[in-house]
Design a protein around this ligand. Sequence first.
Ligand code: PRP
Length: 207
Amino acid sequence: MRVDVVEHPLVAARLTVLRDRGTQPPVFRAALRELSTMLIYEAARELPAVQHTVATPLTPAVGSRLATVPIVVPVLRAGLGMLEAALGLLPEARTGFVGLARDERTFQPHAYLESLPANLADYPVLLLDPMLATGGSAAHCLNLLAERGAKGMVLVCVLAAPEGVAALDAGDFDVRIVTACVDERLDDDAFIVPGLGDAGDRQFGAV
Ligand code: PRP
């Protein structure tokens, strides 16, 4: 399983804003959107393209467009903050949704929403979730996507914990991870350290 860490000063600067406990929700959401644009740009690098000819004002030129419209899947709640960036770069993408809440005691994901196309066999799929902690939520989603025939999936996350990366690797998923940083570890509450806290709460407030 490939893990691509996007090393870029603009990525690092936005990530620093997200990590800062003093960053308020409006600024947090803006920084997440901007950072997501950069991560999704990298995630899209290997999408299949087809060539076609366009006429410039001077002469025909070889052009290119995506071969297939991708499907983007934000994981609610926190992944919603990455959706606008995804649709900005991939305006024709279709959107599926998975809603998960991690149990605070067992750390297992509890699914409360699943709205996905029945057949994903012919589409590139980008899964959007800012945090890969234990990997339980991502594994749940990747299983849902694989059951629908998805192959060569890309998980776009702001932060990954080594434990989450190892869990997905052990699960033998057909997935590539694109992230801004692989952090140090998980703490006893399965929060990423140093991390940025709870990405859902920091965008939308605690519920
Ligand atoms: C967070 C995060 C991931 C999940 C990661 O969501 O956005 O979905 O936890 O943890 P894991 O890798 O250990 O499964 P949370 O369940 O807190 O819900 P929220 O997005 O509604 O805040």
